[in-house]
Design a protein around this ligand. Sequence first.
Ligand code: HEM
Length: 474
Amino acid sequence: MNPQHLMSPNEGPLTDLADLPGPRGLPLVGNLLQIDKPRFHQQLEKWAQEFGPLYKLRLGPQPIVVLSNSEIITQLLKQRPDSFSRTRKLKIVGQEMALDPGLFGSEGDTWRVQRRMVMSGFDPAHVKGYFPSLQMVAQQLAKRWEKAAIHQESIDLQRDLMRYTVDTIAGLAFGVAVNTLSSEEDLIQSHLDRIFPKLFNRLLTIFPYWRYFKLPSDRALDQSIVFIKEAIRGFIQQARQALAEQPELREKPNNLLQAMLLATELESSGVDDALVAGNVMTMLLAGEDTTANTIAWLTYLIWQNPSTLERAKNEIRERISDVKCPTYDELNQLTYLEACILETMRLKPVAPQLPLEALHDTQIGQVRIPKGTLIINLLRSESVDPDRVANAHAFEPQRWEQEGAQLKKISMPFGAGPRMCPGRYLAMTEIKMAMVVLLGQFEITFVGTTNGQEPEEVLSFTMMPKDLVLRLAL
Ligand code: HEM
């Protein structure tokens, strides 16, 4: 389909989903057997090159529309929560895993109430207020890496970064120092790490076998969820105690968890204990992999491009007076580093696809979309399209200095519209802080995979680099 046609809803006759192009499938299973789950996003992007910006496929009985035109994706994302929602299957699979819905999994008015609270918990003023704790978490990361550098040990990059992001989010949103970075034990983050892969796997499994029998991995998941819920109960108890002991917090809560607990006391707020617990889980999940994987991709890409590495390092060493303790304002002056982050997210968005469901009969271009249709939005197709971006597959952060405004229209790693990621400001601050630790305090001696190949992209709800190892010297 020609993209122009897609953008001009009043041209030509209306057509149906059935008329859309798409890969040929088999009876009953449709295109299911052509899907390799960890590479699902790459397969969808490949088909978009072949069949155009709007095509159809079928996974078992489920017809799916795949959209890759950024302008129309933005229009759809803006029509939430009233015209499009997250998918029914996400809701069902989440319920079956005993995950209480938080902001990500809520819709309509329940979503609106939470959105206001979460946005104010993560606004720049709150992130700035939390900055001293972020400095402490960064120092723990530096200590951990210093040990590895002294002993010349390889660092499992993602594992360490996930500890860093869990410690950050628990400190900022719940006021809890979980301090996984200074522990060698498998703590909360190893239980969290089981949830996304299982959730993703079940979303793409047609026969819900787990309703009838459980595999060892399903039983391990159940245990992890019990463990995390117990930890969440502990966080909530601590926050309630702080509210009881320091009445002044009732006027000015210190963090999102305290604000949510205060809201449960107002009958009209629509916030209850289950919603609070659901949001603690949501923030832990949404804030962990996404940010950790982005830092991991950035580290790899920057290492692959020595002149970029040099420039980013120089910027950090020139603008930060004490790399062991950068200030909030200094971090905000790292404009080249920011361009490196944006360029990483253009090439390696950790959420390369965003599925939605149509809540009413609607239309995309001239195509009728019935209520209930699943629409997968591809967030990377255009941002790496050579027709839209010069030298599209190269890592060139300086392009953001020249054409940032244009690029922002097609690269949307945080989504768009009213449900755009509320953690984006925190994520950018966290990423910069981790890079100041890495480039300001260490010399990188190696970033790559153990087999020497380019790291594979593995989709497991978020998209991560496979088997990345980091080696450092002091
Ligand atoms: C580099 C890091 C991150 C990336 C790339 C990212 C990306 C995204 C994307 C693509 C969405 C969906 C947006 C949409 O539907 O339009 C989202 C939603 C969300 N993100 Fe993030 N995210 C990141 C970090 C974080 C952090 C640190 C938090 C903090 C807790 C967070 C919390 C959330 C929540 C709660 C939602 C659901 C918002 C809603 O439905 O209203 N994210 N994120």
